[in-house]
Design a protein. Structure first.
Length: 306
């Protein structure tokens, strides 16, 4: 690992990195059973790299967990398993399919049926079963207006629910970590990062990310302005023809609600140029689950979503 830079040479990325590492070390010191959510997406890739740096030369002192809908992109799952194996970290896979089989949740039906919302129950069950008291997430405040309300340390009650009106103040970056049995804290070390910051950090640190973040040929179809991948998990309507397109993904998630964008960007630098020019957030452009209502994300977060 490189040695720290002198204060007078700190860049914006250095400041963000230092803040995130401080947050991770604070959690490791204050909580007994933390866990880091890792989907294989770009934000969780950066999170894992920051955790590696925060505790180097020791191993990351907590497990990583993926809430798997069963409808994920195979390229991302392959990357997830390989990256965790390289680090020698412990991977916990919380399965939505197992929640369905156990009768904990019911499969959705209809045109926009997705397992994305079902992840909440699976996540909360995994937190309870493993007695996790702090859960690292890769959410950023620039992603969506409900996430802009989040504190870095986001308090969740004994039911895993979030109330934006009862969040604790974080004056001078002092964090209140006190919780009672059954409660937990969601921790967001990337809160102050932007999508562009994430990509600049990936470029600077030469981090590997799943191939679907770069332009590639894929069979897609358009639904309500979103390009969805052709897959066995999505039922197309007769008026939704498949086309071959050159696309990439700005965010990864359940294939049933995560859209692609047409692009020719095949390198990190080319992606950065595209992101710098766009005026639409990645979730606003590519996530169908955020379009069900104006408060879709906030409603899910109140129930216990990431």
């Amino acid at each position: 690992m490189p040695s720290p830079r002198p204060d007078y040479l700190l860049s914006q990325l250095d400041v963000l990195e230092t803040e995130s590492i401080h947050i991770m070390r604070e959690v490791a010191a204050e909580f007994e059973r933390p866990v880091l959510l890792f989907s294989g997406g770009k934000d969780s890739v950066v999170m894992l790299a920051l955790a590696e740096r925060a505790f180097w030369p020791a191993r990351i002192p907590f497990p990583v967990m993926h809430v798997d809908t069963g409808h994920n992109f195979p390229e991302v799952l392959e990357f997830r398993d390989r990256r965790v194996d390289e680090l020698g970290a412990r991977l916990i896979v919380a399965s939505v399919q197992e929640s369905i089989d156990a009768g904990r949740v019911a499969e959705e039906t209809g045109r926009w049926a997705s397992r994305n919302r079902l992840q909440t129950t699976t996540l909360l069950d995994a937190i309870t079963d493993n007695r996790f008291d702090a859960v690292f997430g890769g959410a950023r405040r620039d992603e969506e207006k409900a996430r802009a309300k989040e504190r870095v340390f986001s308090f969740r009650d004994e039911f895993g629910q979030w109330d934006p009106k009862t969040q604790r103040p974080e004056l001078w970056n002092i964090y209140n970590t006190r919780i009672r049995r059954g409660e937990h804290i969601r921790v967001f070390p990337l809160s102050n990062w932007t999508e562009l910051d994430v990509w600049h950090y990936i470029a600077r640190e030469q981090l590997e990310i799943p191939s679907i973040y770069f332009a590639h040929s894929r069979r897609v179809f358009e639904r309500d302005g979103i390009l969805l991948a052709e897959s066995e998990y999505v039922t197309r309507l007769p008026e939704e023809p498949v086309l071959d397109a050159r696309v990439r993904y700005r965010t990864v998630g359940d294939m049933t609600c995560t859209g692609a964008v047409e692009s020719t960007a095949s390198t990190v630098d080319e992606v950065i140029v595209e992101i710098a020019a766009t005026r639409i957030t990645e979730r606003g452009q590519t996530r169908a689950d955020d379009r069900t209502s104006e408060a879709a994300m906030e409603d899910r977060k109140r129930e216990g979503y990431f």
